[in-house]
Design a protein around this ligand. Structure first.
Ligand code: HEM
Ligand code: HEM
Length: 181
């Protein structure tokens, strides 16, 4: 019961997903303003990577249910623990909702998602409705941008605990260093 850090699998998934999410935001952003054909080629990468993130997130949630996360350092105040908890719940909702919404929107255009030529994720069984697909994509872009604000909050929190409180909370998500539990 003296577990001080996340398991290796949880860490690997956390950092892989974090890098993939930031890369996927950069990919979507770099497609802005490109001519249609080039934009579609860039966005194909965004869509495929989004599906990978969905699968990794489901694996991560399953792992989390099986293996309880370590407690916060004792110095973490109740409001901080609460804010961190809310942030994590919203992260999980976005990590599932963003790719699912993207997949649903693509399906309303009657298209599946190509996985870099390896295989295709089929369209969900919905009747074609491009207007609805368009609206879902707009909501998706807004939610994706909101997620960036949350990433900033989450990262500032991690830095504050490391540099100001010096409670080692960050090391719970790293394979080295010590947390003051
Ligand atoms: C966790 C996975 C995903 C994240 C974090 C994410 C994030 C984002 C972000 C931040 C934007 C806005 C970019 C900008 O305005 O600069 C965006 C746009 C977009 N995403 Fe995703 N996305 C994900 C998955 C997907 C998937 C699976 C699809 C499609 C199957 C998709 C399709 C799109 C499209 C078409 C846009 C452009 C929307 C528009 O400009 O109206 N995304 N995404
Ligand atoms: C796209 C970027 C990121 C996402 C989506 C993300 C998501 C998450 C989620 C969902 C958890 C909760 C884990 C659980 O289930 O208990 C978590 C925990 C954690 N994350 Fe991140 N993270 C990101 C980036 C970062 C960065 C850049 C840092 C450090 C600078 C960081 C540090 C931590 C730490 C220390 C924890 C442990 C729990 C805590 O103390 O609050 N994360 N992250």
């Amino acid at each position: 019961m003296n577990q001080k850090r996340y398991s290796g699998v949880a860490m690997l998934l956390h950092w892989t997903i974090a890098i993939a999410v930031i890369a996927n935001w950069r990919i979507a952003d770099s497609a802005e303003g490109l001519p249609d054909a080039e934009r579609a080629a860039v966005m194909a990468n965004h869509m495929a990577l989004g599906i990978v993130i969905l699968v990794l997130t489901l694996a991560r949630l399953a792992w989390r249910i099986a293996k309880k996360p370590p407690p916060f350092a004792a110095s973490v105040k109740p409001w901080e623990a609460r804010l961190a908890h809310i942030t994590h719940v919203v992260f999980y909702a976005l990590l599932i909702g963003l790719p699912l919404g993207g997949w649903l929107a693509t399906s309303f255009y009657g298209r599946g998602i190509g996985m870099w030529g390896l295989f295709a994720v089929p369209a969900l069984p919905v009747a074609a409705d491009e207007n609805l697909g368009h609206s879902i994509f707009e909501a998706h872009a807004t939610a994706g941008t909101a997620m960036l604000a949350l990433i900033v909050l989450h990262t500032l929190g991690a830095l504050k605990h490391t540099l100001v409180d010096r409670d080692g909370n960050l090391f719970r998500m790293l394979p080295f260093g010590t947390s003051k539990v």
